[in-house]
Design a protein around this ligand. Structure first.
Ligand SMILES: [Ca+2]
Ligand SMILES: [Ca+2]
Ligand SMILES: [Ca+2]
Length: 133
């Protein structure tokens, strides 16, 4: 499993069918370990602040030349299709604002009971549904 690729996929909310292990137990492990990464204070919930920190970290890792924008040079060929979905104004770049707004949407989708935080169950249910296992 390529960790950088995994981070990228989560960052732009694309479901990379086939990239992840075929075995659903392993998929669940990947999902849970990602939850733990985002839940920085390990209290069992992802808060908006934790999600924002996670988004910024991802963005900075992808923005290799640190110009505040992720462009095609910073992505491999197989990621360019995914780039299009994160790119709201279709200028073939992902700005911090585009990334932040997508993560906000992501958070709202994850927070199924709308209590302002994402539990591990909410997180795993979301990805189970996406991956259909
Ligand atoms: Ca937390
Ligand atoms: Ca853009
Ligand atoms: Ca919730």
């Amino acid at each position: 499993m390529n960790k950088a690729l995994l981070m990228f996929c989560f960052a732009i909310l694309i479901i990379p069918i086939g990239v992840f292990a075929a075995n659903s137990d392993m998929q669940m492990q990947e999902i849970k370990s990602e939850f733990q990464v985002i839940d920085a204070d390990k209290n069992g919930f992802i808060t908006p602040n934790e999600m924002q920190a996670y988004q910024e970290k991802n963005f900075n890792e992808l923005d290799k030349d640190k110009n505040g924008v992720i462009d095609r040079n910073e992505l491999t060929v197989d990621k360019s299709r995914e780039l299009n979905k994160a790119d709201q104004n279709n200028d073939r770049k992902i700005t911090k604002a585009e990334s932040a707004s997508q993560f906000k949407q992501y958070f709202d989708q994850l927070d199924a009971n709308k209590d302002g935080k994402v539990s591990e169950d909410e997180y795993t249910d979301y990805w189970k549904l996406r991956w259909k296992f």
